[in-house]
Design a protein around this ligand. Structure first.
Ligand code: M6R
Length: 608
């Protein structure tokens, strides 16, 4: 969490920092701040408002070297005094993303030698530590390296000093950070979207790297302090892909980008006549031969996509599959099976819990790892043996939408590849599935046409406090995803249940104030689901049913049916997700919440 941007140039960097922060607000938006070196002073502005407010507060500030930060609070409430950058002795400034685990003992020590703390953050210890080393002599680089040697935890940091107006030091361990390489100017940022207006040349720092950035050059040192050369990449991100364009919110834009995102994700497959393991990496064919089960590790929405995949993998490929919440997996004692394929799923590829789960899985004896991820240079991709890149494009709204449906597409491909390799998919079936996948973007486009109807429906939810989502089988995870979307952005308490489970408890909640949203595909469980819906109706529950054609579920008193297209077979969960995303969006819009930046959350959860 938290976003960092820094710049060193011959021009005023304040507009660059502010624009960068705006692009990084998705990472956290409790408060924001920046500091520049100007006329031998550190000039700082901080705000508990959004970047727009910081822009006003910094209107008098100019400088050619600066660092900036947008915060998702971990230590200390969101307040101006806790906002970054943090200073030491008015001469060192630091921005930080991550958590310093030993900050309490460091703080006690620094206090005992005279440092005065002005915030409740863990970050402030870094500023004082750097200062304590810097004042002994040496360079800002060596002082920062010495300070880092005392830290336990995760960090991406930017450091500047008042007496060094032409140098910026940065480092990363456990949190993302990259260098943007310009012409006679250089930058740092948590992700590339922050720098697209100034450069496309990027150097991805590796774990433990420290970099010294000057106007016309930079030097990178590895975890042991040895100078290293890191490749310069040209970012493929376009400025347009991170702009809102005609849309009011990123979430809506991203919902409507799904046909294209799916087409891009499936491009390599749809243009070919057959499915090959190579889609998942050069070593996939050999790896897939060795595995006898799959374990999926992920969080939030990505976990929900894993739950759908479990059904596909077991039914189509005949491979036992388990799905675990990443933050729980690493803290329980589990039995390693070296022939299990560990699949991590993550939009950002930086989610600390998922990354830690991946490393735990490797440490306890799982050599086969596959990452399904939307960010090519992310930690999860780099730390996995096999990989599949979803090509959803940057997802900026905190509520994950196009990342989810493209993850499902990737997981369906994995299912088919494994099924084929195990002789469970004949040529005709393979051809039919490929045809369904080619048709998927068009099918999603058709579902998006429900938008006006769903917009009207959303009005009925504005005054509700609770909502219940029901699904069965392959669509239970879609109910979970619908509930997650609704609670996350509209703040309505929402729960999801497999419909057959209602009578075992949650039915007690049902009355006329409890809207019940049902995912009703025309599949083998339809008749069972219908009986479950009768149970709700009999208790006065108001039903909102997203029903495939030919389900013969009719609107009637207390039953509102939204007609979906034909049943899409195994790919139906992808189609049924779309109306639930739209419903959450329009309910949130009606309620006037901050759709793209819901309270207390951040897009990229890079702390435990
Ligand atoms: O980047 P990741 O996919 O690893 O993120 C996992 C979750 O934090 C994320 O899906 C979260 O649940 C979304 N905000 C839900 O919309």
């Amino acid at each position: 969490m938290c976003g960092i941007v820094g710049a060193l140039s011959q021009r005023n960097v304040v507009p660059i920092l502010l624009q960068g922060l705006q692009r990084l607000e998705y990472r956290g938006y409790d408060s924001a701040g920046l500091v520049v070196v100007d006329e031998k002073q550190l000039k700082r502005a901080r705000s508990t408002g959004r970047v727009a407010d910081l822009t006003q507060k910094s209107s008098d500030i100019k400088g050619q070297l600066g660092i900036a930060h947008t915060r998702w609070a971990t230590h200390g409430v969101p307040s101006e005094r806790n906002a970054h950058p943090h200073l030491s002795s008015d001469s060192i400034a630091v921005v930080h993303n991550g958590i310093i685990e030993n900050y309490e003992e460091l703080r006690a020590h620094l206090k005992s030698v005279g440092y005065v703390f002005t915030s409740d953050t863990d970050t402030e210890v870094i500023a004082h530590l750097v200062h304590s080393h810097y004042k002994k002599g040496g360079t800002l680089l060596s002082a920062t390296q010495a300070a880092l040697g005392e830290l336990v935890g995760a960090y991406a940091i930017g450091v500047i000093a008042i007496d060094n107006p032409q140098q910026l030091i940065c480092a990363r361990k456990g949190s993302p950070l990259l260098l943007g390489v310009g012409n006679q100017e250089n930058f740092i940022a948590s992700d590339m979207s922050a720098l697209l207006a100034v450069t496309k040349n990027v150097v991805y720092l590796e774990e433990g790297d420290v970099a010294e950035i000057n106007l016309d050059n930079y030097r990178v040192f590895d975890v042991k302090g040895k100078p290293v050369v890191r490749d310069v990449h040209v970012s493929e991100l376009s400025n347009d892909s991170v702009e809102l364009g005609e849309y009011r919110h990123y979430m809506l834009k991203e919902i409507f980008e799904q046909p294209q995102a799916l087409a891009n994700t499936l491009e390599s497959v749809c243009n070919s006549q057959s499915l090959i393991p190579g889609l998942f990496g050069a070593e996939a064919a050999a790896t897939f031969e060795q595995i006898n089960s799959v374990l999926i590790l992920a969080c939030g929405t990505s976990h929900n996509s894993g739950l759908v995949a479990r059904n596909w993998l077991e039914e189509i490929s005949g491979i036992p599959c388990a799905v675990e919440i990443a933050s729980e997996y690493r803290y329980r004692t589990s039995v390693a099976n070296p022939n299990t394929l560990i699949v991590t799923i993550s939009q950002s590829g930086e989610t600390a819990d998922t990354l830690a789960a991946l490393n735990h899985a490797k440490a306890i004896g799982h050599p086969h790892t596959l990452a399904i991820c939307n960010v090519a240079e992310s930690a999860i991709i780099r730390q996995s043996k096999l990989r599949f890149l979803t090509r959803a494009g940057p997802e900026i709204g905190v509520a994950s939408t196009k990342a989810f449906t493209t993850q499902l597409a990737a997981l369906f491909l994995l299912t088919l590849v494994l099924a084929k390799q195990r002789g469970r998919l004949n040529a005709q079936q393979e051809k039919e599935h490929l045809q369904e996948l080619r048709h998927l973007p068009i099918a999603v486009q058709a579902v998006l046409k429900l938008e006006p109807e769903i917009k009207k429906l959303a009005e009925k939810f504005v005054n509700k406090q609770h909502a219940l989502f029901l699904g069965r089988g392959l669509h239970y995870p879609i109910a979970l995803e619908g509930a997650l979307k609704l609670k996350e952005i509209s703040y309505i308490h929402a729960e999801a249940y497999p419909a057959g489970e209602l009578k075992h408890g949650p039915l007690a909640l049902v009355d006329k104030e409890m809207p019940v949203i049902a995912v009703a595909p025309n599949d083998t469980l339809l008749e069972k689901l219908k009986s479950n819906l009768q149970e709700v109706r009999a208790r006065g529950g108001e039903l909102y049913v997203f029903a495939d054609a030919n389900t013969r579920i009719q609107s009637s008193e207390g039953v509102h049916v939204m007609q979906m297209p034909e049943h899409a077979g195994f790919l139906s969960p992808i189609l049924h997700t779309i109306p639930l995303q739209l419903l959450a969006y329009y309910v949130a819009l009606e309620k006037g919440t901050d759709v793209d930046k819901p309270r207390n959350l951040a897009k990229s959860v890079t702390v435990e």
